[in-house]
Design a protein around this ligand. Structure first.
Ligand code: GLC
Length: 721
């Protein structure tokens, strides 16, 4: 149907049918749903009538071709105007085949693999009846206390933007949602700046200048929309004192006005009604009024719209045209998905069995897991020696809790455990597994078996971490160390004086004191997904050379948070040669630098950077700058290096970060091989928001840095004319 036909359909709808079209419910209220689907928020008494359900526009959390076909067929039988339901779900890092958590995927710096993971997730979701995913989540983060850092790709706006684009391309393809039922619509979230809650406390206040918002937090949402993302989800938090879900300036001003977004805007779970708790609405009626004024189209899981919009229109307080615009956007998305022609779209129970968790998808998950692990330390322990006897100890030695939060319909039982993978790859009798303890405690018996295994081994592999419920939504922590029982285990095992390699399974940067300084090697595996155990085993055994690079800084301690690489210099920067100086920006009990910086990651080989050269000492809008650097693999093993380009605008109208990522390139080098990497830098990339929000560059001096992380770099400088 074209817009004219959709408008004609809209005009046939009663006001009650229109407002019901704006309602999204979990499946439990729908006839024929075999299950209530995934419940991802508080369930409240809704006061929803059968009529409202019968005319509601979409369902969240249900999947499974058979169930969705059943619900859609039953719904269409009662639909007066034949408007089909849209089915949406949180497919964040895989559907049934689970990929590493997004924070891990970010550490791969591999946009192609990220896009591929989204395409696979779309294929598995669509055959199971899903039309829209609530992803990518692109909230910029600087505070590892917040549990949802696991769901994002980190602290840099440029890198987050590149990943946002890649995920949208993977989910949606290019203008093919109607023709290609292996794709699904994407919904970028959470608009806006949900990743900056005070204290890292879930759902807490977000407060920052509009300039800060625009400079760091908005770019990745905009990148997703520039890539064609069909939907946006509002965030729970306030933005400049107004809940995002009712924030007209943010939604109608920036999102729809400035950016021209005319797609569907959905609230987060109950975030319309939650304006009452925020203190920005007196009741459901006022919450409905403010959200509709802000341009929120779909209300997720609360009844403010269906119960109050008709009366708000009839009383003249709201123009019906606002409702019509919202409904039309929803009808347009349903048309884009081809649902009017085929309400069942790609749902296919037979094909589901062939597609879900197939070997090809598992291989892609393995590939991404192998590239997402980050080697944080290695003092001659890894890779493990083939003839060595290995004691595999700790709560994650034999654990399937490696999918992480938001793992959709992935099941832990399908995950390849580290113990299984190592046993398959090692000689008979070379692996001793002492497992069974939880991340929080170890019984005397478990400890005894661990010490026994350590006693008779040549090397200890300690598999430690957070249980997956310690990160994700609703899981902020004030103490970001490993649980006490694990720190104690490290100390006890150290008494054996044997090499210890630690593998971490966790959903946030941790305070690694008591870990990094105590053991000989640390591999950050995050939650590596369905094939995580196999990927980690191949890295430990040297079949894969780790190449991941951190996209979120690891702090010295939680007391240092927030700590991030693109920070300002302050007026009294600490001079590393004058650490005793009192009146400078520093701590008296900690270093200023993070324990591990953005972009950091080791390899089993080493890389040397040399011959940094610029095409000119000056550049301009008309004359971009070309930067060349020579990279050499100076070790004995082939490896992948992510070469990173940073700049510093030395003097700005507002203060400017000491480093800003402007480009990166991955290259695989054989031992001894050298390659010249060339970057192009344009004037456009040097623009920033001025105090009056103008987005322009300034002439002046820039420093330029190239290296394998944001700290250890070659430096040069140039002038922007
Ligand atoms: C949750 C999350 C959001 C998710 C939604 C639906 O509360 O904040 O990311 O998409 O509800 O599950």
């Amino acid at each position: 149907m074209d817009n004219q036909q959709l408008t004609a359909l809209l005009q046939q709808m009663t006001l009650e049918e229109k407002t019901a079209q704006l309602l999204q419910l979990t499946a439990h209220l729908h006839e024929g749903a075999g299950s209530e689907g995934q419940v991802t928020g508080p369930m409240e008494e809704m006061g929803i009538t059968e009529q409202m359900v019968a005319a509601s526009g979409s369902v969240l959390g249900l999947s499974g071709a058979k169930d969705i076909i059943q619900v859609q067929k039953s719904y269409m039988e009662h639909s007066r105007l034949g408007i089909p339901l849209m089915f949406m779900a949180d497919v964040v890092h895989g559907f049934k085949t689970i990929f590493p958590i997004p924070l891990a995927m970010g550490c791969s710096w591999d946009l192609q693999l990220a896009e591929k993971s989204a395409a696979i997730a779309a294929k598995e979701s669509a055959v199971s009846g899903i039309h829209v995913t609530f992803a990518p989540m692109v909230d910029l983060v600087r505070d590892p206390r917040w549990g949802r850092v696991m769901e994002t790709t980190g602290e840099d706006p440029y890198l987050n933007s590149m990943f946002a684009r890649a995920f949208v391309r993977g989910y949606q393809g290019k203008d093919e949602l109607k023709e290609n039922t292996d794709r699904m619509a994407a919904c970028v979230k959470h608009f806006a700046a949900y990743g900056a809650p005070e204290g890292g406390r879930e759902y807490n206040t977000v407060d920052m200048s509009e300039r800060q918002l625009r400079e760091y937090y908005l770019p990745a949402y905009k990148a997703a929309l520039d890539e064609g993302c069909e939907m946006v989800m509002s965030s729970f938090n306030t933005v400049d004192g107004i809940p995002a879900t009712g924030n007209e300036q943010l939604m109608r001003g920036i999102l729809r006005g400035e950016w021209g977004f005319d797609g569907v805007l959905i609230s987060d779970w109950a975030s319309i009604r939650e304006m009452i708790a925020h203190g920005a609405a007196a009741d459901d009626r006022e919450a409905a009024y403010r959200a509709m004024r802000a341009g929120v189209d779909i209300e997720m899981m609360t009844p403010c719209y269906v119960r109050h919009l008709p009366e708000l229109v009839q009383s003249g307080q709201l123009a019906e045209t606002l409702i019509d615009e919202a409904v039309l956007r929803i009808l347009q998305l349903k048309e884009k998905l081809g649902l009017f022609d085929n309400p069942l779209r790609g749902a296919d129970p037979e094909r589901e069995g062939e597609v879900l968790f197939c070997a090809e998808h598992r291989q892609a998950s393995y590939d991404l897991a192998a590239k997402s692990c980050v080697l944080l330390k290695n003092e001659g322990v890894l890779p493990l020696k083939p003839h060595h006897k290995v004691a595999l100890i700790g709560p994650f030695a034999d654990s399937d809790d490696i999918l992480g939060w938001w793992s959709c319909v992935g099941v832990k039982e399908d995950a390849t455990k580290l113990s299984t993978a190592l046993a398959e790859r090692m000689q008979e009798g070379a692996l001793l597994v002492a497992a069974g303890c939880s991340p929080h405690q170890m019984s005397a018996e478990q400890l005894s078996s661990a010490l026994e295994a350590a006693q008779s081994a040549d090397v200890i592999v300690l598999a430690l971490g957070e249980d997956s419920a310690m990160s994700g939504e609703g899981a902020s922590r004030t103490d970001i160390r490993l649980p006490e029982a694990q720190l104690a285990l490290i100390k006890q095992l150290k008494t054996f004086g044997k090499p210890i390699a630690t593998v971490l399974f966790n959903g946030r940067p941790l305070d690694l004191h008591g870990v990094l300084d105590e053991v000989d090697a640390v591999l950050e595996a995050w939650y590596p997904g369905s094939e995580g155990g196999a990927a980690v085993a191949d890295i430990l055994l040297g079949h894969v050379n780790p190449s991941g690079k951190l996209t979120m800084s690891f702090p010295q301690s939680v007391g240092q948070v927030p700590v991030y690489y693109n920070h300002f210099n302050t007026g009294r920067p600490l001079d590393p040669l004058k650490l005793e100086e009192r009146y400078v920006s520093k701590y008296i009990d900690s270093a200023n630098e993070p324990l591990l910086p953005f972009g950091f990651g080791l390899s089993y080989t080493t890389f040397a950077y040399s011959e940094l050269a610029l095409s000119s000492k000056e550049m301009s809008a008309a004359q971009p700058l070309f930067i060349r650097v020579n990279v050499t693999n100076t070790g004995l093993t082939a490896g992948v290096e992510t070469v990173q380009l940073y700049v510093r605008d030395v003097t700005g109208e507002v203060v400017r970060p000491l480093r800003e990522l402007k480009g990166f390139e991955q290259l695989e080098l054989a031992p001894g091989e050298s390659r010249v990497v060339t970057f192009q830098l344009t004037e456009e990339q040097l623009r920033y928001h001025h105090s009056d929000l103008r987005f322009t560059s300034d002439p002046g001096t820039f420093h330029l840095y190239v290296g394998g992380n944001s700290r250890d770099t070659l430096m040069s400088s140039f002038t922007l004319m």
